[in-house]
Design a protein. Structure first.
Length: 416
């Protein structure tokens, strides 16, 4: 077997062949195991390699991919002995990729963590490193970080000061809405890449992991669920809709289908804003996709406003995942007024956000006046309406509504 350092150098050397789009996300810090989770093909391996490269000149660093046959056969103790053979002294920082290939990886990681010699980062297939599994498998020894597709800021940079820059940003935004932020898709602008990512999620992260026997039934449900992005649903409404499509599945099966898609980081469910736990459970939820590339691929007839809303949701999720874990997002509805996003930290509501494709005389009352009525009811000062291109300020009494074009909202950066 070649040395662990040789394996590391080979993989670090591959970075020079990758077209890099710098990421704004930082890997977590701390003494516990750092688990890098997220959907397939968002660049988790690239982030591990870049972090390893940045540290290797000053610290003991190893990047080890467990799809290497010789590595996956080692026990935790054998691996530790080999590491100490190459680094006899000092803490060693381990970047362990494709960790699902290491049999009983959770037991082995706990042992490596507990001996105290190693600072550990792990990543791997989303079909194994599911967010729901990590807490039970690593038993309080982990910090996880959800990695999402590229943000508009990462692709476009923080520009837009001149008319030339703003014109360029509009062109990039049009492509971003269509192609989304998966790095390979963005670079190649390839429909086949989108199909490949979705099919891999379907078969490897859902069919294989959850052992669904009726693949055709799940496939019908899968595509219908994707079509609901930006819309409301309940388990029973979904059951009725699927029955109309010829899918006669019971509620438990439908809930399992949704769980498989959510744990693969393909979809996210947004609850209603309410102090009542029961109401949050029984009221309809809204559904969003991890990337707008999927909306462009399958549902061309859908309203563009729903794609904008999906982008705003993912940006809020990015804020929570990368910088502000205490952030919570929900939607508001009291039967008369609706607000797309209630953004809060604990009991404190930071902002109300409404998303619409364009403000006009027809929807002004619903989008702006409904937002202001809700703000007065909840005692919120920061009000934002996101549209494709409109930009203005609306004042009513003591309240001000900032109307932002989507590109400016996506470039505004995380909220401190």
């Amino acid at each position: 077997m070649i040395s662990l350092m040789e394996i590391t150098e080979e993989y670090l050397g591959s970075l020079k062949f990758i077209k890099e789009i710098p990421r704004e996300v930082e890997l977590p810090k701390g003494r516990d195991i750092k688990a890098i989770i997220g959907p397939r093909r968002v660049g988790k391996t690239f982030l591990l390699l870049k972090k390893a490269e940045s540290l290797k000149n000053n610290q003991n660093v190893l990047y080890l991919p467990f799809d290497e046959p010789e590595l996956k056969r080692l026990t935790a103790r054998e691996l530790a002995e080999k590491i100490r053979g190459e680094f006899p002294e000092g803490k060693v920082i381990l970047f362990l990729d494709e960790i699902q290939e290491w049999e009983n990886w959770d037991v082995k990681l706990r042992w490596l963590h507990d001996v105290g010699d190693f600072d550990i980062y792990v990543s791997g297939s989303s079909s194994t490193l599911m967010s729901s599994e990590i807490p039970s498998r690593l038993r309080g020894r982990h910090i996880s970080r959800l990695i999402l597709p590229l943000s508009f800021r990462e692709i476009a940079g923080e520009t837009g000061k001149t008319f030339r820059e703003r014109g360029k940003l509009q062109a990039i935004l049009k492509d971003y809405i269509k192609w989304g932020g998966f790095p390979e898709v963005w670079i190649t602008k390839s429909r086949e890449k989108i199909i490949s990512i979705l099919e891999t999620m379907f078969y490897r992260d859902m069919i294989e992991r959850f052992s669904f026997r009726d693949i055709k039934e799940f496939q019908e449900a899968f595509y219908h669920i994707l079509s609901l992005y930006g819309g409301y649903f309940t388990y029973r409404s979904l059951q009725r809709a699927l029955k109309g499509l010829g899918v006669d599945a019971n509620l438990k099966t439908i809930m399992n289908y949704l769980r498989a898609m959510e744990e693969s980081f393909l979809i996210f469910q947004l609850p209603i804003f309410s102090p009542s736990t029961r109401e949050r459970m029984v009221k309809p939820r809204k559904l969003y996709l991890v990337d707008t590339a999927f909306t462009s691929l399958f549902f061309k007839g859908h309203a563009e406003g729903r794609k904008l809303e999906n982008l705003v949701f993912i940006e809020l999720l990015r804020e929570k995942s990368y910088w502000n874990p205490s952030l919570e997002v929900s939607y508001y509805s009291d039967g008369k007024n609706e607000v797309d996003f209630v953004v809060r930290e604990g009991p404190l509501i930071n902002e109300l956000i409404q998303v619409t494709y364009k403000l006009n005389a027809t929807n002004y009352g619903r989008e702006v006046r409904g937002l202001i009525k809700t703000a007065k009811k909840l005692g919120v000062k920061k009000l934002t309406v996101v549209t494709l291109e409109d930009e203005t300020t609306i004042t009513e009494g003591s309240l001000t509504v900032e109307v932002l074009p989507l590109w400016k909202f996506l470039l505004r950066g995380h909220q401190s």
